[in-house]
Design a protein around this ligand. Structure first.
Ligand SMILES: Cc1cc2nc3c(=O)[nH]c(=O)nc-3n(C[C@H](O)[C@H](O)[C@H](O)COP(=O)(O)OP(=O)(O)OC[C@H]3O[C@@H](n4cnc5c(N)ncnc54)[C@H](O)[C@@H]3O)c2cc1C
Length: 340
């Protein structure tokens, strides 16, 4: 059998590509490493915000799924910059990171013309300079008229904490090598980008009395132009606290131990997600930086520490967190890491 389209990778891009193609009555197959983690959110489970909020609405206007699923999976939604002019207002939602992949998987399972396959693609099959299919890691061959690569942050990736460098995809998921090697052999430029994620901490180890609560909006915002608001969605609280000069002194003292600064990172960083090391170095005149404590899922006892993305060693991460008001007795569930 020859599919109209083969989508490789079930992240946000792959899910939209697969749904768009299947909804156009094209016989489509999505091949992805882990079906229970489609459209997964490896960093902050938030959707929208300045710049990206508009993209989500554009995807919706084009018939895509992200806005609808975000409306269903959000656990706090608010309009950022509401006190400022309309040009800078931005809708942003905290998403339940366990629910969101389930919502997306459910939509895909109920879409006609779409086959889902849990497998890793080893390489593309090329005949007469044309891609005609893919070969899976178990040797199985799948043929298609079009192959779309949406492999995201998983190709030949390294995670880094302090001086530890490990071949791994995000959140300990396997990394894959075949496709990037093949692309290189075909003459494409293959470069590395780096980013990072902060530690996750236990909900019951935080002193919320030292932080400022951040409420969701009472207004029923939606990303989708369908404007379906799910009343049953809880509006969870987020909290605001700050770093201090004590935090910054500790970071400066240990900068050479950070993977980002010790020279073991090869990639260049995207602009949107600076580590706390970067912020302390670049904005050395600032006495403090914002730290938002945000829920990851109503089903999890862990919180995301927005603003403290880092690749410092584990012991320094512990010390750093404890300098932040409200986190003096914090328990780290998962340590921060950088990825390239
Ligand atoms: C630690 C970290 C921090 C980040 N921080 C931010 C942030 O603050 N803000 C932000 O906007 N973005 C952030 N990102 C990036 C964000 O996760 C990506 O931009 C987004 O997930 C990209 O979507 P995607 O669909 O392109 O790829 P991904 O979501 O990466 O999905 C790729 C999919 O392809 C699958 N796959 C890969 N190779 C194969 C193969 N050979 N065979 C089969 N399946 C394969 C994977 O299993 C995965 O499901 C971060 C990412 C990481 C890892």
């Amino acid at each position: 059998m020859i599919f109209d389209g083969i989508i490789v990778g079930g992240g946000h891009a792959g899910v939209e590509a697969a749904l768009a193609m299947a909804r156009l009555n094209k016989n489509t197959i999505l091949v992805t490493g882990n079906l229970s983690k489609v459209a997964s959110l490896p960093c902050n489970p938030s959707i929208g915000g300045p710049a990206k909020g508009i993209v989500v609405r554009e995807i919706d206007a084009l018939g895509g799924q992200m806005a609808k699923s975000a409306d269903k999976g959000q656990i706090q939604i608010k309009m950022l910059n509401a006190s400022k002019g309309p040009a800078v207002r931005a809708l942003r939602a905290q998403i339940d990171k366990l629910q969101y992949p389930r919502i997306m998987l459910d939509v895909m399972k109920n879409t006609e013309n779409l086959t889902l396959k849990e497998a890793l693609v080893e390489k593309m099959i090329i005949e007469n300079e044309k891609v005609i299919g893919v070969e899976l890691s178990n040797g199985e061959l799948i043929y298609g008229k079009t192959v779309i690569l949406t492999t995201g942050t998983y190709l030949n990736s390294n995670t880094l904490i302090g001086d530890e460098k490990k071949l791994s995809g995000p959140s300990g998921e396997p990394t894959t090598f075949g496709i990037s090697k093949q692309l290189k052999e075909l003459g494409f430029d293959v470069v590395r980008l780096k980013t990072g994620t902060p530690p996750r901490i236990a909900k019951d180890s935080v002193d919320y009395s030292k932080m400022v609560p951040q409420y969701g909006d009472i207004i029923h915002h939606t990303f989708s132009h369908d404007e379906i608001y799910y009343d049953e969605n809880p509006q969870e609280l987020c909290y605001l606290t700050h770093t201090s000069t004590v935090t910054h002194d500790l970071i400066n003292l240990n900068l050479n131990k950070s993977a980002m600064y010790s020279g073991i990172v090869e990639g260049v960083g995207p602009r949107y997600c600076p580590s706390i090391e970067d912020k302390v170095v670049r904005f050395f005149d600032k006495d403090r930086h914002q730290v938002f404590i945000e829920p990851e899922s109503v089903e999890l006892d862990e919180l995301y520490v927005q603003g403290l993305s880092t690749s410092l060693p584990r012991d320094i991460q512990e010390k750093m967190l404890r300098t932040v008001p409200g986190l003096e007795n914090v328990k780290i569930i998962r340590y921060a890491y950088a990825i390239e």
